[in-house]
Design a protein around this ligand. Structure first.
Ligand code: PLZ
Length: 449
């Protein structure tokens, strides 16, 4: 193993199937799980994990699977990344929790400093730490409402912002996220997104004008506290808005005193080949929400933004028992150091350079894929009935299932459930990624629905 590789993992970086997928031990454990775990919680691929590192997940039957999901865009630095393991191990022996609101500690401050430096814009910033992406988005709403003394919150078609009561209301898709879980909180308004593949060729500027007109006519700019947007939508289908859309929305917010919130929970931390997806369009959000990739798998999230907005909240107005837990902060500092030393922005761009041409060629040769999109290590294929825009969710599901059977972990997403998304750990080796793509291509070519 080279020294570069040992910075990532000691696990052999190979696909190795020794049983059917799932194997007998996973199948037995799944029986136990069904009797103990709520049926409301599902798993994409019920192989039970024993170890994971770099680009592989090893299950309890001894199968080694290629990981093209990163636990939904979390383990960008790889699983059990060496610096993360060392930092968390040291921290766990020193203290596990005091609560930052009781007796604080340095690592929380250091994570805030890092976030303030890395997020877009050179203005003075502050950060507050929480546990999950949903919690970060909830707090961004609280902060924006306090600062503006307004109530209305604007979100977009296909948006995903979480599963708590408030963030479920911000999320667009009813099934599985919202159905039966109402009533939802009020003062939330949804406007059309820029979705180039389904937008009949309208430009980013035109799509922004459509959304802005709706905000003006149906709410009124002076009533809006926050506009929240994922710069590349995640669960909604990896939808990257047309050029010019985000800047126009951001300018409207500035002109109307609205807090522009970029939800970078999925797209942040090198995932798209920039520290944040907003960087790509030169957009400087007022607030940024982060989670997932920030800490190599430990749960921590954040709201980072303009000092005057973040400091407008009354003392003790924000918080939570575990927010910025010391283990998670140690992990975040180590994960960010790993992103810097291994240059994971460059790694994400290499993933795009390797994978996107192959996906594009596959779309052209099979006619099953209407659109290939995304940036860096956040890539997707939208399956449609050949020659039309009609979503083909059955094809996406069948291709994903075929990949799983061959030991390649891929995820689906999208409002219409017809998108396969690739979110490999950014440290994945080229050979392993290529092998994963070989299997994916074979599945797209051969799977019958
Ligand atoms: N904002 C942009 O992508 C989480 C959800 C998986 P939490 N996306 C994965 C599922 O089915 O629950 C997400 C996101 C964006 C917010 C969130 C919410 O982050 O950490 O899951 O609460």
């Amino acid at each position: 193993m080279t020294s570069a590789a040992s910075q990532i993992t000691d696990l052999p970086q190979e696909r190795r199937l020794v049983t059917a997928i799932p194997g007998p031990l996973s199948t037995a454990l799944h029986g136990r799980r069904t009797a103990a775990v709520s049926a409301g919680i599902a798993s994409t691929l019920p192989v039970y994990t024993a170890k994971a590192g770099g680009g592989v997940i090893v299950d309890i039957d001894g199968n080694s699977l290629i990981d093209l999901a990163s636990g939904i865009a979390v383990t960008s630095v790889g699983n059990s990344a060496p610096l993360v393991v060392a930092a968390v191990s040291e921290q766990v022996a020193n203290f596990t929790h005091t609560c930052f609101m009781v007796t604080p500690y340095e690592s929380y401050v250091a994570v805030a400093e890092k976030l303030n430096a890395l997020t877009p814009g050179s203005h003075e910033k502050r950060s507050a730490l929480f546990n999950s992406g949903s919690e970060a988005v909830e707090n961004a709403v609280k902060i924006a409402r306090t600062f503006t003394r307004r109530q209305a919150v604007v979100v977009f078609d296909h948006a995903y912002h979480g599963r708590t009561s408030l963030t479920m209301a911000l999320t667009a898709k009813a099934m599985p996220y919202k159905k039966g879980f109402g009533p939802f909180p009020g003062e939330i308004y949804r406007v059309p997104m820029s979705y180039p593949f389904r937008d009949n060729g309208i430009s980013g500027k035109e799509a922004a004008a459509r959304a802005i007109s709706m905000m003006d006519k149906q709410i009124g700019g002076s009533e809006i506290a926050a506009v929240i947007i994922e710069p590349i939508q995640g669960e909604g289908g990896f939808i990257a808005p047309a050029d010019g859309f985000l800047p126009a929305i951001s300018e409207y917010c500035t002109a109307n005193g609205i807090v522009f919130v970029a939800d970078e929970v999925q797209s942040g931390f090198c995932r798209t080949g920039d520290w944040f997806a907003s960087d790509h369009e030169g957009v400087v959000p007022d607030l940024v929400t982060t989670a997932k990739g920030i800490a190599g798998g430990l749960p921590v999230s954040a709201v980072t933004g303009r000092a005057e907005i973040m400091d407008s909240v009354h003392g003790s107005g924000l918080g939570g028992t575990y927010g910025g837990n010391p283990l998670a902060c140690a992990a975040a500092l180590a994960a960010i150091e790993t992103m810097e030393t291994l240059d994971l922005n460059a790694a994400a761009r290499r993933i795009e350079a390797l994978a996107k041409p192959r996906l594009t060629a596959l779309a052209e040769s099979t006619g099953r894929i209407g659109d290939v999109r995304g940036r860096g290590g956040m890539l997707a294929m939208e399956f449609t009935v050949a020659g039309s825009l009609e979503p083909d969710a059955a094809a996406a599901a069948a291709v994903a299932k075929a990949c799983h059977a061959q030991g390649v972990v891929v995820l689906t997403c999208g409002t219409y459930g017809n998108v396969i998304r690739l979110l490999p750990p950014l440290v994945i080796g080229e050979a392993l990624l290529s092998e994963g793509l070989d299997i994916l291509e074979e599945a797209v070519r051969t799977v019958q629905v």
